[in-house]
Design a protein around this ligand. Sequence first.
Ligand SMILES: Cc1cc2nc3c(=O)[nH]c(=O)nc-3n(C[C@H](O)[C@H](O)[C@H](O)COP(=O)(O)O)c2cc1C
Length: 281
Amino acid sequence: MTFISVDREKCNQDGICSSECPARIIVMDPKDGYPIPTSDFKDYCIKCGHCVSVCPTDALRLEWLVPEKCPAMKKEMAVTPEQAEQFLCGRRSIRTFKEKKVPKDILEKLLQVACSAPSAKNQQPWHWIVIQDAAEVRKIAGMVIDAMRMVIQADPQTAMTMGFQRAVASWDQGYDRICRGAPHLIVAHADKNWVFGPEDTALALSLLDLYATSLGLGACWAGYVYKTVNAYPPLVEALGLPVDHLAFGAMMIGYPKFKYRRIPMRNRPRVAWHPSRPLEN
Ligand SMILES: Cc1cc2nc3c(=O)[nH]c(=O)nc-3n(C[C@H](O)[C@H](O)[C@H](O)COP(=O)(O)O)c2cc1C
């Protein structure tokens, strides 16, 4: 079985595919200098596609990935550092939404971009539950409130630390602190035994958050939701969460009612530089 194929007319034998392979399973054949898979290629390939997408001459193909399937990076679309800084630092958690649905194709696009996040071993372990309707989101928020009421009864001190009493009091006064009246809620879940589940899903949601901002949408982590889901079977059932999965993140999505005009201050990096003295040349 040939796992990689090389177009010898195009390959310039630069060895970039071999250098960039994270699993080190592409080597340059000492006989003729063209890339070949190692004998354990199949066991260790993480299907990241780096070898195909880094090749400057489109010479390398995998059984499952060809260069033509990988969109070309366009130089003219590169963001400047100034644009990136304003965009990244200007992103805000949005908590006041217009009463307007986000079209399904846009929600789909959000998820597609989210799925290009880094993930440990390129496992891409995330699954998604999308609540498409404000009334349904409110129902989920109400169930979180039900669970909070139970914790307040059983363990008022822990409930206090988590801010449950305030959330419940707000709910009883007609304000939803759980999902903030968002028209949509996206829950990210993954196999409960995948050790990098929390990191992988958080990274995907972070890309989703940023991409939503670029589309003029607003997003906010729904921490109370996903922390409650895993401990409250009625919510597991209502969301249809598979039994062997855990919810690792949730995000409210909608159109922001207000525009942020400035970037608020954040703490400066708390950093220890090692070595602490400047290196001698
Ligand atoms: C893991 C996590 C959980 C969060 N949960 C909530 C939440 O349940 N409700 C909420 O209004 N904001 C929630 N947030 C948003 C934070 O409060 C917000 O990121 C922080 O105040 C900084 O504001 P910024 O995102 O606009 O910079 C959460 C953020 C993170 C990262």
